[in-house]
Design a protein around this ligand. Structure first.
Ligand SMILES: Cc1ncc(COP(=O)(O)O)c(C=O)c1O
Length: 439
């Protein structure tokens, strides 16, 4: 933390007090006391007392080109003065431009977009789209998945803690997650495990659906699940299975999209699969609320009933999207994310060498995770130590994320424009936090 400069607004204590009085208590926070934030710039955020933190979680992988990026601020401000809101009932140039930008970088034949306001809505749209295109009403997703907070998306989510009532909408079923560190088939896991997982998907379709599912839905890299990277051939095999049953492949790139995983714009491109429907949100517009569902011409035309979204395609959000995409393109984000990600990974592996309770370091590009266990042999999750690590990081001026089914994974996903020096600073602070929590 750098030296504090007092802000003129309310104190952290006053903000947290207000939060506790007026907001839903179920809202998840990362620390013993919610951290109040008052201002931000680039990869730095500040609390009302002026304490500064290096933000390595970027508002859950959303401030993709840094907080208050000047080009995004400028584009949004200009749009606010020109055309602020009209709804999807009207055509606007900025919405067309945004959709064109997505079509330009999306894999395969993905071309037509429907804009909403969140990842949750974009997943809902994707599932509805698959149902309409196939005339079917069942979907298979993966265990450990997280796809959102509505009734349908909590149903395709497979983490009980995120599912109120524990109930599922009928027609939703789950197959085994490709989770190499905890692979039930073989340790260390290899490509033969991908075959076994594809067989499990086949069996789930045969035993828990009508045999005619509308779609298979998967995150390319499970995000909330703890940055679980599948075996290299798994997604391709899963696509073959679902397509052999006449279903569609829906890929959730809400966390992993837009160059985050390095080299490519979308994580799915690492795995050689062209999705039928792809879902984007989070980093798409640097924090402006945009969800996007993109599909092929043919699937888009199968949507016959009427649809609209009041806020979807909002001109100001679209201006944020266009500016964010322009910055990422101009900065060559997929290439820089690969380089910075390799640097981060190397630093995390060095920290792991000092601490046996770091069971696994994994991820791609600037989406890296550390899985914390009580003992590397038994792999029993250690969520308590992760709680301490988050606090120790905060005390040293670095913000980290948390994930994993058992809350035992540290997630790191900074702005995609983070510099070499800032990554080095982050590694140093994470290392110090790890040393402070022992062993
Ligand atoms: C992979 C994935 N899909 C969907 C969602 C839902 O997005 P939102 O919170 O914008 O509704 C999330 C949110 O964390 C996510 O990580």
């Amino acid at each position: 933390m750098t030296s504090p400069t007092l802000s003129k607004g309310p104190t952290s204590a006053e903000i947290v007090h207000g939060q506790k009085e007026y907001l839903l208590p179920a809202m998840v926070h990362l620390y013993k006391e919610p951290l109040a934030l008052a201002s931000a710039e680039g990869v730095r955020v500040r609390d009302p007392e002026g304490h500064e933190y290096l933000d390595l979680f970027s508002g859950i992988l959303t401030s993709s080109v840094g907080h208050c990026n000047p080009r995004v601020v400028e584009a949004v401000t200009a749009q606010m003065r020109t055309l602020d809101h009209v709804s999807t009932l009207y055509a606007t140039e900025i919405q067309v431009e945004a959709a064109r930008k997505l079509a330009d970088i999306a894999p395969g034949d993905l071309k037509r977009t429907f804009f909403t306001n969140s990842g949750t809505e974009a997943i809902e749209t994707a599932i509805m789209m698959a149902f309409l295109a196939t005339g079917r009403n069942e979907v298979v997703s993966l265990r450990h998945a997280y796809h959102g907070r509505s009734f349908m998306t909590t149903s395709v989510t497979a983490q009980a803690g995120w599912r109120p009532f524990g109930t599922r909408i009928s027609g939703v079923t789950h197959s085994k997650a490709p989770y190499p560190y905890r692979c039930p088939y073989k340790q260390p896991c290899d490509e033969t495990c991908a075959d076994r997982l594809a067989e499990d998907l086949e069996e789930v379709i045969a035993t828990t659906t009508s045999g005619k599912p509308a779609a298979f839905l998967a995150e390319t890299i499970q995000g909330v699940g703890g940055y679980v990277v599948p075996q290299p051939s798994y997604l391709k095999k899963a696509a073959e299975v679902i397509r052999s049953h006449g279903g569609l492949m829906i890929i959730d790139e809400v966390q992993a999209g837009f160059g985050r995983t390095g080299t490519h714009w979308f994580a799915i491109e690492h795995f050689g699969v062209e999705p039928d429907i792809m879902v984007m949100a989070k980093g798409i517009a640097n924090g402006w609320p945009v969800g996007a569902t993109i599909t092929t011409d043919e699937i888009a035309h199968a949507w016959k009933p009427k649809t609209l979204s009041t806020f979807g395609g909002n001109p100001i959000s679209m201006a944020a999207l266009c500016a964010t995409q322009d910055v990422m393109r101009d900065e060559g984000v997929p290439t820089t994310a690969k380089a910075r990600g390799d640097q981060l990974r190397a630093g995390l592996c060095q920290i792991q060498a000092r601490h046996p309770w770091i069971g696994d370091v994994r991820g791609m590009g600037l989406m890296q995770a550390v899985e914390v266990v009580q003992d590397p042999e038994t792999k029993v999750p250690d969520s308590e130590r992760v709680g301490k690590l988050l606090e120790a990081g905060k005390d040293r001026g670095v913000l980290l994320g948390r994930g994993g089914l058992w809350g035992n994974v540290i997630r790191i996903g900074p702005s995609l424009l983070i510099t070499e020096a800032e990554i080095a600073e982050g590694i140093e602070k994470i290392g110090a936090a790890c040393d402070a929590v022992g062993g």
